[in-house]
Design a protein around this ligand. Structure first.
Ligand code: 0X9
Ligand code: ZN
Length: 331
């Protein structure tokens, strides 16, 4: 079976999504949300347990994982949530699952994720040095294949990839982003230069007006962030977001004592512009918008051991129950 005792490859995740579509034909629809630079689909699932949605009611929730390739705990957490929504018999989980239509994408950056599962081998370097003209220079010189890859894989001169969380078209390149294609926070040649962000933005546009919540999963640092990243100003429903954030991290801490910090991006970590959640918040005024920075605080960092997938995901699900409960009374 699939399971959450180890991290999965993209192929395994996609095969599992397809399996869910067959296993739960009435509740699960597998969707191709977009395309990648290398031509992979960006697959997601739409979960609906019979809730009727119309064009104006905010009854849809969007969940995004894996926009940064190396943050493996993100897709693992997102698939865990999908599984709980389909199989849990806990009344609070059932109620949450059945209250919304869910559009859930475990990996917004499939090329990058695949890249983190490949290793640069000695043989590859040898082949490069002996057949220099036939090998992609970018692949070998610029460290494009490794476990700590973050960006997309588009070719930009001598370097590869843009930071897919700096490439969205709201306040693009207005702080905390780089115009150097070799930087890990390269914002791209222009807003939406990356086909991944462009095609997922188009998908989000189809549900934008119906969105009640948008949740993005990253790692690491144990933070629950909300918009915006380009300014420390308290914009939109800052006060509501802060109070929901506090209740959410309190619920998260209950099970295992894991401590999170909540606040807007710019005040809590650093200025960062062009992120997906900021674009969604600004364009559709979505009331509940959060980015999780999952476990841990740096002991293992991006290389979080697989035996933490389940405890991490359990406490996150606890926190989501609180988030949606609190949002209902606050907003
Ligand atoms: O820098 C980022 O993109 C995120 N942190 S990470 O260490 N996972 O790279 C924070 C994203 C904050 N969200 C926005 N800037 N909208
Ligand atoms: Zn990230």
């Amino acid at each position: 079976g699939f399971g959450w005792k180890r991290y999965h490859t993209l192929d395994e995740i996609y095969a599992w999504l397809e399996y869910l579509g067959k296993q739960y034909p009435g509740q699960v629809r597998v969707v191709d949300g977009g395309r990648t630079y290398q031509g992979r689909p960006i697959k997601g699932v739409v979960l609906n347990f019979g809730r009727q949605t119309n064009g104006t009611e905010r009854s849809t929730v969007f969940i995004e994982g894996g926009i940064h390739a190396r943050e493996w705990i993100s897709p693992a957490t997102v698939t865990y949530i999908v599984n709980q929504f389909l199989t849990s018999e806990q009344p609070e989980v059932r109620r949450l699952a059945e209250s919304y239509e869910w559009h859930i994408f475990p990996s917004f950056n499939p090329d990058g994720y695949v890249n983190t599962h490949n290793r640069v081998s000695a043989a590859r370097f040898f082949i490069f040095y002996t057949h220099i003209s036939r090998t992609n220079v970018n692949d070998v010189f610029f460290n494009s294949q490794n476990r700590l890859w973050r960006k997309t894989l588009s070719v930009n001169g001598f370097c590869r990839g843009a930071d897919a969380n700096r490439n969205w078209g709201y306040k693009w390149m207005s702080g905390g982003a780089s115009n150097n294609p070799c930087s890990d926070t390269f914002a791209g040649r222009k807003a939406f230069s990356e086909i991944e962000t462009r095609s997922m933005a188009e998908y989000i546009d189809t549900v934008g007006k119906k969105l009640y919540a948008y949740i993005s999963f990253h790692s690491y640092s144990q933070l629950l962030l909300f918009p915006y990243g380009h300014t420390k100003a308290h914009l939109d429903n800052y006060d509501e977001s802060l109070s929901i954030g506090k209740k959410t991290i309190a619920a998260l801490a209950k099970r295992y004592g894991t401590k999170y910090v909540t606040g807007n991006v710019a005040e809590t970590i650093y200025v960062a512009s062009g992120g997906s959640m900021d674009w969604v918040k600004a364009k559709y005024r979505v009331p509940v918008v959060f980015t999780y920075e999952l476990r841990d605080t740096g002991d293992y960092g991006f290389l979080l051991p697989a035996n933490q997938i389940i405890p991490n995901a359990e406490e996150v699900l606890d926190s989501l129950l609180a988030m949606f409960k609190e949002a209902r009374v606050t907003i």
